[in-house]
Design a protein around this ligand. Sequence first.
Ligand code: SAH
Length: 363
Amino acid sequence: MTSLELELRAIIEAEGPMPVSRYMALCLGHPRHGYYATRDPLGAAGDFTTAPEISQMFGELIGLWCVEAWRGMQAPKRVRLVELGPGRGTLMHDMLRAAKLEPAFEQALEVHLVETSPVLAGLQREKLAGAAVPVAWHESAADLPAGPLLMIANEFVDALPIDRFVKTAGGWCEQRIGISGEKLAFGLHPTPLSGFDESLPARLRRAAEGSVLERRNLASLREIAARIAAASGAALIVDYGHRRTSFGDTLQAVRMHEFADPLESPGLADLSAHVDFESLAALAKSEGLRVRGPIAQGVFLRRLGIEPRAERLKRKADAKVRSDIDAALARLVGSSPRHMGELFKVISFAHSTLPIGPGFDSG
Ligand code: SAH
C-alpha cells in the first residue's frame, strides 16, 4: 500500500467517503506523496509524453500564433505570456525561440508560469535559465498580475480534478470514494442532488439510469478569462477530450505508458479525465469573450504550417533525424487513435475586439 493510500484511508475513516475531485487533487498534488509533486512524469522514461516533448515544431508554431495574437491586440508594449502547467518548460522554451523572429514582441514579453509541482518548477528554471525575457512562477492563476495577456495550456486541463455524478432511479447522485472490504472503491452518495438535471444542457436532461457525468473545477481558467475580459488578450488551450458535454466515465490512470486502475497505487500513476470543451467555451462566453474552436490539433497545426516547417528542418538533417521528424509530424497531426491529430483539440478564447487568431479560419 502506498503512503498516500494510508493517508486517504485515514481521511475516509474520519470523514466518510470523499468526492472524486478531492481524491484526484491529493493523488496529483499532495505535497509529499502527490504524483506531480514528487516526480517528472514526462517523456520516454516517464509515464507519458506530450506534444512539446515529441517535437520542437509544436512550441515554435504556438510561439508564432502568439506573435499574431499580439499583433491583433495592436502590439502592446508589455504583454504577459502565461503558461498553465508548463511541465519541463519545453513548450515555453520553443515558443521563446520563435518569439525572437519578432524583436518587438520579445521585448514586450514577461513570462508567468503557473505550476504547483516543485520538481517540475525546478526543471522549468533550468530549461529557461538563459531566457532573454523575465520569467516568474506562481502557484495559482489567482496570483497572476493584471494586464494584457496571452495564455497557453497544453495537457493542463485534463489534470484538473473532476467530480462525478451518476443518474439513479431517484435522481443524480454524487460518486464518492470509500473503502469496501480491503480496497478503495467507488460508491454513491445516498441523497440525490436537487436541481442537477436543470443545470444540464437541454439535450442531456432525462438521462438513462446509470449515465455518468463528469464536472471539472475550472476556477483557474475563469481567472484567465476574467483578466482577458478586463485588459485584452487571448488564450489557447490544447488537450484531449470531447467537443460537447456528454455522458461517460473518462477518469484514467496511466503508469509507464500503460493504463492502470485509478484507485490502485494512488500517487504513483498519472490521473486525468477528458476535457469537456463545451464547458470551457461556455465559461469564456459567460465572461464576454469570443470563442474559436474547438478544432482538431492536426487541422490547427497544418494551418499554422507544420508541414513546411518539417520540410525546412529536414533539409539540414541526416537520414536518422529526417525519419524522426517524419515520425514526430505523423504523431502530432495523424488521425489514427495512436496519433494526436484527431484526439487532441484546440480552443481559443479572446477579447471580443481581437481578430480571429491564425489556425481558426475555415480556409
Ligand atoms: N504542459 C506540459 C506538461 C503537462 S503535464 C507539456 O505539455 O508537456 C501537467 C502539468 O500541469 C504539470 O506541469 C503539472 O505539474 C501541472 N499541474 C497539474 N495540476 C496543476 C494545478 N492545479 N495547478 C498548476 N499546475 C498544475
